[in-house]
Design a protein around this ligand. Structure first.
Ligand code: SAM
Length: 166
């Protein structure tokens, strides 16, 4: 079944652990209560994450720190989920805040700055856009997890940042 704690879904948890076990230093801007990464953040202050900033702002704070070899990208999957998250925190969300495309772009651009060449980014959601070729990432693995009934699948991607030619 789908789960708010994405990585509690067994095959997804195994997927994440495989890459975490190979990682030296990792960052997770949408962590909820998952404590696998070295640096964790979640907007919701009631979660177990270490920091509680908006993800784009959180990632910007680390902009001069490029020593991460693993980024985890597990945001709200739809405008509705974003809006529910804001509402549960008593925050007002305008049209702009609930656009997942805008949130994803800002966070992907910011996470890219932190990942060293050869590093990995894991993305979770309802599509396989990921970090993308345009940012210099190559897909290493895709796992599609079906949840039954009329639920959307969870698409899990592992992409590697190409090594710099310089
Ligand atoms: C899909 S859940 C992450 C689940 C987590 N990976 C796990 O396995 O338990 C997305 C999380 O993003 C948080 N969130 C939503 N909007 C955010 C934002 N703008 N900045 C930071 N965190 C946000 C929510 O509070 C929620 O815990």
């Amino acid at each position: 079944m789908p789960n708010k704690n994405t990585f509690d879904v067994y095959p997804i948890g195994v997927f994440v652990e495989k890459y975490l076990s190979r990682s030296r230093r990792s960052i997770d801007p949408f962590a909820r209560n998952f404590q696998g990464a070295d640096i964790t953040n979640d907007l919701n202050p009631e979660t177990a994450a270490k920091y509680h900033y908006d993800a784009a702002e959180f990632l910007f704070r680390f902009r001069n720190d490029t020593a991460f070899d693993l980024g985890i990208f597990d945001p709200p999957y739809s405008p509705r989920q974003i809006s529910e998250c804001y509402k549960s925190l008593g925050k007002k969300a305008g049209m702009k805040d609930t656009q997942n495309a805008a949130l994803y772009k800002a966070c992907r651009d910011a996470i890219d700055l932190l990942i060293e060449p050869g590093g990995m980014v894991l993305s979770f959601g309802w599509n396989s856009n990921g970090m993308g070729k345009g940012r210099g990432y190559k897909i290493q693995e895709i796992l599609i997890v079906a949840h039954g009934g009329a639920h959307n699948d969870t698409i899990c991607m592992a992409e590697q940042k190409e090594a710099s030619l310089i």
